[in-house]
Design a protein around this ligand. Structure first.
Ligand SMILES: Nc1ncnc2c1ncn2[C@@H]1O[C@H](COP(=O)(O)OP(=O)(O)O)[C@@H](O)[C@H]1O
Ligand SMILES: [Mg+2]
Length: 400
């Protein structure tokens, strides 16, 4: 196979922060870039030569993008499978639209994972209030999620028992959903795997992820896990890359239950928030690796050079009386600011701060310190210092 080399044009469907950071990495290597997004002011806009403004399902626009590009990738599950299939008649789309189709629906995805023999929590398909009620009787405490369209904890609800079936069904809006048994979580991890069309595979060390209110707050790598958990998590990611004939990158979110069992939560065949630290911590960051993989270049090393962490900056930070104090945050050693150029809204991911350190603990402490420096100035309601302190002690417990 002939690699797609610089001066070629990469097309990105989706112009959010993941597309923007992919475009920055591709630019750095000398590629040209085109993008497609419904929002004329999307974050990728300043980074690309051409940005087509069109709805996701506009197959004509997707074909137009394809005609100008040597390869196309996508950064968001909302991209349209039908439009990408049209584009794929003109130029390679990597990962394949079939993989997008699989992950776009949470129910379809979990059914496939189970059929492939991968460990997942017990779940039931839910298409009516009665089905939801009977699912909750079977599952006990559960997370109910709309099958399509939810993200960052939106479109999902934690339910204690079947008496909440009516409220939960109303919350889900009557759409096809999945009910999953709530996992008694010890902690959450993710693993990035890359595969190029020539078949080369690179598996990253797991990241340890701390969520609050179902949204990622901070993440660190390499996750200081018992050796057998690391091995098992990486084996799962490799198996999935092969099963999907992956051309690109895939992040596998996993739960580690108090029982020690590793369960697959969900798949993202694109760059992922929990691997933002890879840009600082690894020889090859996730965005550069995606570019290499879709262009069928040799993959870069996934090895860690120095422990790294990130903390997300949500829109709530901008809602206070004063602007976030970036200067105070950047006084913390080895910290770096990454802003996406978005307009602030509550719970919207606006950017992140990364930091490296001699140990994973130090990297986490540093990003939490940057976060505190920002919030002390703005009194964000979103940040729970106590929960983070608790998470830090959990980190030292896991690593023992
Ligand atoms: N079955 C479950 N058991 C325990 N926690 C869960 C479960 N499902 C979701 N969560 C929590 O909610 C978070 C977000 O859920 P997820 O399914 O990953 O949706 P999203 O697409 O919003 O990331 C998870 O990272 C986890 O913290
Ligand atoms: Mg998730």
């Amino acid at each position: 196979m002939t690699p797609i080399v610089p001066l070629a044009t990469i097309g990105i469907v989706g112009g959010g922060q993941l597309g923007r950071m992919t475009a920055l990495a591709a630019r750095s290597a000398g590629y040209r870039l085109h993008a497609l997004d419904p929002d004329p002011d999307c974050p990728i806009k300043p980074i690309v030569e051409e940005c087509i403004t069109a709805p996701w399902d506009d197959a004509t626009a997707a074909s137009e993008l394809a005609r100008g590009c040597d390869v196309i990738t996508f950064e968001i599950e909302k991209a349209s499978v039908a439009a990408l299939r049209e584009a794929a008649k003109i130029t390679p789309v990597r990962p394949s639209p079939d993989t997008l189709y699989l992950v776009q629906n949470r129910l379809r995805q979990k059914q496939w994972l189970r059929a492939e023999g991968l460990p997942v929590t017990a779940f039931e398909a839910v298409r009516s209030e009665a089905e939801l009620e009977s699912a909750l009787r079977k599952l006990g405490p559960a997370f109910v999620k709309v099958a399509e369209g939810g993200y960052d904890g939106r479109g999902q609800m934690r339910v204690q028992d079947a008496s909440q079936a009516r409220a939960a069904w109303d919350y889900l809006g009557g759409f096809e959903s999945i009910a999953e048994a709530a996992v008694d979580l010890d902690y959450e991890i993710s693993v990035l795997v890359a595969r190029n069309p020539s078949g080369e595979v690179a598996v990253y060390p797991p990241a340890l992820n701390h969520h609050e209110r179902q949204i990622l707050v901070w993440s660190v790598m390499p996750a200081p896990l018992p050796e057998e958990i690391t091995r098992e998590a990486q084996a799962i990611a490799r198996k999935l890359a092969l099963a999907l004939h992956l051309e690109g990158i895939l992040v596998v979110e996993m739960f580690v239950a108090k029982s020690g069992q590793v369960l697959v939560n969900e798949l993202a065949p694109r760059p992922h928030n929990s691997y933002h630290a890879s840009e600082r911590a690894c020889v090859t960051g996730q965005f550069e690796q995606l570019v290499r993989a879709i262009c069928d270049l040799p993959l870069g090393s996934a090895e860690v050079v120095r422990p790294g962490a990130i903390v997300n900056l949500l829109g709530d930070l901008w809602m206070g009386p004063a602007a976030p104090d970036f200067a105070a945050a950047l006084r913390i050693p080895e910290s770096r600011l990454h802003l996406y150029g978005k307009t602030a809204r509550p719970r919207r991911k606006m950017g992140h701060i990364s930091a490296t350190g001699t140990t994973v603990q130090q990297a986490v402490e540093r990003v939490l310190a940057t976060r505190a420096a920002l919030t002390n100035a703005t009194e964000s309601a979103d940040f729970s210092e106590a929960e983070c302190t608790a998470a830090l002690s959990a980190l030292s417990r896991i690593s023992q």
